[in-house]
Design a protein around this ligand. Structure first.
Ligand SMILES: [Fe+2]
Length: 184
């Protein structure tokens, strides 16, 4: 039996949080050494763009959230807060990406990277906590079994379109990033 759609999203949160932890560790490294692990930060951007936004947030924004908004006004209020947090998180990633090419020679660029990694690592666990403890239980109450099965099928279709091999790659990347680099 396949996992319910909310259980799938919860499992994806575990991976996102592994990368968030790696981001927090990178902030400590930058502040301590004045250097940036540029390759690791590039991998964090890749993971966030293609897994967190490209897969996980797309399932939420295109499939789960509209369904809940249709069903319940109170879910609609929660969803609009969650959407604005997704957008704030994307802003952080855009700022990090824009500064990364200058990280080696510019202290200001390193500062922007550290600040935005820190903000992302602050916002995301709170955001994920809200989804896990408020939105997903509400979804489980609002959607009956056939609706949940339909949503799970839509999730599977979305993953197929984005390439299942890609998903495996990002699972592995989360585990790679969760391992602190030598010298961190
Ligand atoms: Fe989420």
């Amino acid at each position: 039996m396949i996992d319910s759609p909310t259980d799938q999203l919860r499992q994806e949160h575990e991976l996102v949080l592994m990368v968030v932890e790696a981001m927090a560790l990178e902030v400590t490294f930058i502040e301590r050494t004045g250097r940036v692990h540029a390759d690791r930060v590039a991998q964090m951007i890749d993971f966030t763009r293609n897994f967190t936004d490209g897969n996980h947030h797309t399932k939420e924004e295109d499939l789960l959230f509209p369904l809940l908004e249709e069903r319940s006004a109170s879910a609609g209020g929660t969803v609009s807060v969650l959407l604005s947090e997704h957008e704030a998180a994307r802003d952080c990633i855009r700022a990090i990406e824009a500064s990364l090419p200058d990280a080696e020679r510019s202290e200001a660029a390193r500062g922007v990277i550290a600040e935005n990694l820190k903000l992302y690592a602050y916002v995301l666990p709170l955001h994920i906590g809200k989804e896990d403890t408020v939105l997903f239980p509400l979804s489980e109450r609002l959607l009956n079994d056939p609706e949940q099965e339909m949503l799970a099928a839509e999730f599977a279709r979305l993953e197929e379109e984005s390439g299942a091999g890609g998903q495996q790659h990002y699972h592995e990347l989360a585990h790679t990033l969760a391992t602190p680099p030598g010298g961190a």
